[in-house]
Ligand binder design. Structure first.
Ligand SMILES: O=C(O)CCC(=O)C(=O)O
Ligand SMILES: [Mn+2]
Length: 199
């Protein structure tokens, strides 16, 4: 499968532009948009609580729980479609995932700020597989300490998959910025493995 290595210093970011075809992507977008239990959630940041600027839903193995942005989240049971997509992603990356965080960006004002996926439940050097369906949004990376390393960014097209691995989450942050352009809604699925189960 065609791939492009975006970052290869202090961790790796690999981009697969055509993981799913246009038709498959549209089919999955419609299913997930209709069926997932989308919710507006709060985030606690330096003691202050805000609404997250997007909708989210978290699915995984039975009884799995996860501390995400100051909230204890309880996993919902996998849907058939999520299991089907998970199996295809696992074939490509040779790891098995026990959960997925789904993000719905309704328009260009929905976003996700600078962060690393470094929750301790994910373990030391997690592999995270991130699928994009629907409207194209730009994904940015910045190094946390080394100013000599340039920021990187990439347009996440429908049907594309990003793998983040190695020490990436220790050294780099990523974000999906807002845009004034009119963009169709976008669904993102980030498959993760929770190591420390809270149950
Ligand atoms: O929407 C995306 O592509 C990124 C989502 C993300 O970074 C996350 O869920 O942690
Ligand atoms: Mn992230």
């Amino acid at each position: 499968m065609k791939k492009h290595i975006l970052i290869n210093t202090d961790g790796q970011v690999v981009y697969y532009p055509h993981f799913f075809s246009e038709q498959e992507s549209q089919h999955y977008f419609e299913n997930l948009n209709n069926i997932l239990a989308w919710k507006k959630e709060q985030i606690t940041f330096f003691g202050k609580t805000y609404w997250q600027p997007r909708l989210i839903a978290w699915y995984g193995e039975k009884d799995l729980a996860y501390n995400y942005s100051g909230n204890k989240m309880q996993a919902l049971n996998w849907t058939n479609t999520l299991l089907e997509i998970k199996a295809k992603v696992e074939l490509l990356c040779n790891v098995s995932f026990n959960s997925v965080l789904a993000n719905l960006y309704r328009d260009g004002q929905d976003s996700m700020g600078w962060h690393s996926d470094d929750e301790k439940e994910l373990g030391k050097n997690p592999i995270i597989a991130s699928l994009s369906l629907g409207g194209t949004r730009r994904f940015h990376f910045r190094h946390k300490h080394d100013k000599a390393l340039k920021n990187q960014s990439i347009d996440l097209k429908t049907g594309s998959l990003v793998l983040m691995k190695g020490a990436l989450q220790h050294h780099w942050q990523h974000q999906v910025s807002k845009t004034k352009r009119t963009v169709p809604p976008r669904i993102n699925l980030t498959f993760r493995t929770i190591k420390d189960h809270l149950y």
